[in-house]
Structure formats: structure tokens, C-alpha cells
Design a protein around this ligand. Sequence first.
Ligand SMILES: *Cc1c(COP(=O)(O)O)cnc(C)c1O
Length: 453
Amino acid sequence: MKPQMDATHDDLREWDRTHLWHAFTQMAEYEPFIIDRAHGCTIVDIDGREYLDGVSSLWCNVHGHAHPRIDEAVREQLSRVAHTTLLGASNATTVRLCRRLVEVSPPGLNHVFLSDDGSSAIEVALKMAFQYWQQRADPRPRKHWYVAFGDAYHGDTLGSVSVGGVARFHQMFEPLLFHVARAPLPDTYRLPEGVPADETTSWYLGRLEEILARDHERIAALILEPLVQCAAGIRTHPPGFLRGVRELTRKYDVLFIADEVAVGFGRTGKLFACEQEGVSPDFLCLAKGITGGYLPMSATLTTTEVWNAFLGSYAESKTFFHGHTYGGNPLAAAAALANLDLFEEEETLAKLPEKVDRMRSHLARIAEHPHVGDVRQCGMIGGIELVQDRSTKTPYDMAEQRGMRACVEARRHGVFLRPLGNVIVFMPPLAISLEEIDRLAHTAEQGIAVATA
Ligand SMILES: *Cc1c(COP(=O)(O)O)cnc(C)c1O
């Protein structure tokens, strides 16, 4: 066997193709694309070619790669300790982070459970919601169903797949999943028949209310990705929908889980999407951007009402018997604290409106393309839906991989993008410059032209 340190680039490509099983990737067709380093919004492959990172290394980078402030925070933590457990013990950096998360999150979320990835943050919320109804002061043990939306994506562990509704990802695992009531996801492009555009919010809330009115005595919790369903294809919700969902869950005594794994940490223009409609959920799930895109970490924040239901003597067995070995890892916590510091020091949110406007004007131009059916945007999140026929909104057959072809073409011209089926996604680091937004949009546009020709 060849020593790994002697590997040529061709060896690396060969080993990448044969040993490394890539996430959400058809390995029979995978073409190695191996990153060596990165700086700012630029990633650099092993051959030294540079690419603008148009998807924040899968929706998690915030202030740019190799930011000296976050690098230094991780190094400083590393000089003290890399990992300690949260099982009956703690460490100062992680405690500081939890206090900080409580300060910056919507009111009422005073308790933080830490895990390693977004899927686990969702699992924790689902399990806590279930256990809450079993053992609170006035128990309601029949409440153990969930409500989720069509085309929802909440992660890849079996609980989060159960609440997920993307057929392409989730159908295979159907026999393994628990029952979930499915409300229709607001669609602002292919409107439900006979519903005027200005009545979409109330129409969709009406469909949801039918489910809650019928089954609320069985429903533990509802889960929603606030404002924009990202993995479903950047599906933006009509105004007032989030607030309406919060009101209905209160009316029917159902816990509200807000999945801000993708939309949290500034993507929508505020630190958290829930703030846009003045909403406080019962559970707030955070991951991707929490460490600025540096290290794996996730958080499930909840209320004192939920926390109190788990208190008692050990013998009462009200403990939350759940945890991950690396949960609350101090290196990740140090990165997460620096990430939040940078929002203040670099006035990240105050600089966004100009960037959001710049992305909007590019999307307006791209929307004119004959094979672009719809463009959607929420803050710094953008989606371009390619269609076979604009007048009938007929989608391209997924097997044609038009979205992927556009992104492959963009990569040839120095922009890294990853599509969602027929939807081209813009989700750059918030630190992106106006000039880089221009380059991102023009290169994507070229890719679209080639892929739809
Ligand atoms: C990415 C994502 C998840 C899953 O997070 P992982 O860290 O990949 O497990 C859950 N919910 C949403 C909305 C996501 O975008």
C-alpha cells in the first residue's frame, strides 16, 4: 500500500472515488472535486484553481473561510482543552455560549441542549416534545403525533426523516417511519386552483387548521422551517404564514418547533427568521451557521415550561435520557462565540440590505430567461427554478439534471454551486462582497443558458 502522504493528485482522486462515500451523491457518477484550502468567500482545489463559494460550503459558512477571528478563538481553546463531556459535567466556554444563545434568541427560550448536527437538534426537539406531554404536571399521554409540511426537510436521522416529506429522499424509508400528519406547504409559484394570490396565506392556514381542529388531542408538536423551506427548493412562504402557524399552535395547544438549521444566523436578514414575524417558538433548532461554518455543533433551545416538566428526583425518571458524546464540544463552542462576536464587530446584519438588493436585481434579470419559471428570495437565500415550459410551468424531468448541468458549467467558470433538482441555489457567505455577488449571478446565468440550450 502506498503511504498516504506520498499521494499524487491522481491518487487522491482515485481514493476519493473509491473509498469515500459522499453524502447525497451517486458514487457511480461522482467526479472528484477536492478542496485543499479556502479564504474569504473563495475555495481552492488541490490544483490551485479558485472558486467563489456560492453555497457557503453547504449553507453553513457565515463570515468567510479562514477568518482570523474564528481561527484564533479555536486555537486559543485548543491550547486549553479540545473536548470534555456534558454528561454531568461542563466547561466554561460551552457555558458562556449557552448564556449567549439565550440572550440573542427570541424571548422565552432559556434552556439549551447541545448536539453535533442539525438532524440531532431536530430529534431532540421531537423527543422532548413527546416526553413533555407524558410527564408534565397535567399529563396528556395521547399527544404523540406530529404535524409537518409537504416537501419538508429536517435532516436524515429516522425521526427527522419521519417529519420530512421530500419523496425523492424519504420514500425509500417509509416502513421505518412514525406517522405524521402532512399539511400542504405554501407554494407561491404553482398556486392552489382558484385561490387568488393575496389569499394564499389564509388558504394554507385554513388547511392546517383543519388538521389541528380534528386531531389536536393527539398532536404533540408541529415542525416548520420558518419563512423559507430551503431543501424543498427555496420555497418562500407568503407574509404572515409563520405568525399564523404560531397562533394556531397556541390555539390548539400544540408545541411549535422552529427548524432554523438553515435559515438561522442571519440568512434571512435578521439573526433568526422567527424575528421577522415576531414569533417565539417552543423549540428553536439551530445548526449550520452556529459555528460560522467551522465545526459541527447544533442546539435545541426551549422554554421553562418544557424544562420544568423534566425536573424531579432521579427516581421519578423524568430525566431526558439522550445525549451525544461530542455534544457541546468546546472547540465548536469557541467558534460559535466568535461567530456571534463577529455579527457585532463587523455589523454583519447592517451590511446585508445592500447585498440583498443586489441579489434581487440580478434575480429579476435572470427571471426573464425563457427557461426560468420562477425566482424566489428571502434575504441572502435565492432560488432559480428552471422549467421546460414557462407558460405551463411544466418542470424539466429530474433525470435530465438541468440544475446540476448549470452548476457544473458555473464551476468551469470559477463559481461553486449545488442545485436542488431543477432549482439553482444562491446561499453565499453573508460576508460576500457586492462584486462577488455580481460574479456569482453572471456565472450562474451563463450556466443556465448552457444547461437549457
Ligand atoms: C441541513 C438541514 C438539517 C439537517 O442538518 P444536518 O446538520 O445536515 O444534520 C435540518 N433541517 C434543515 C432545515 C436543514 O437545512
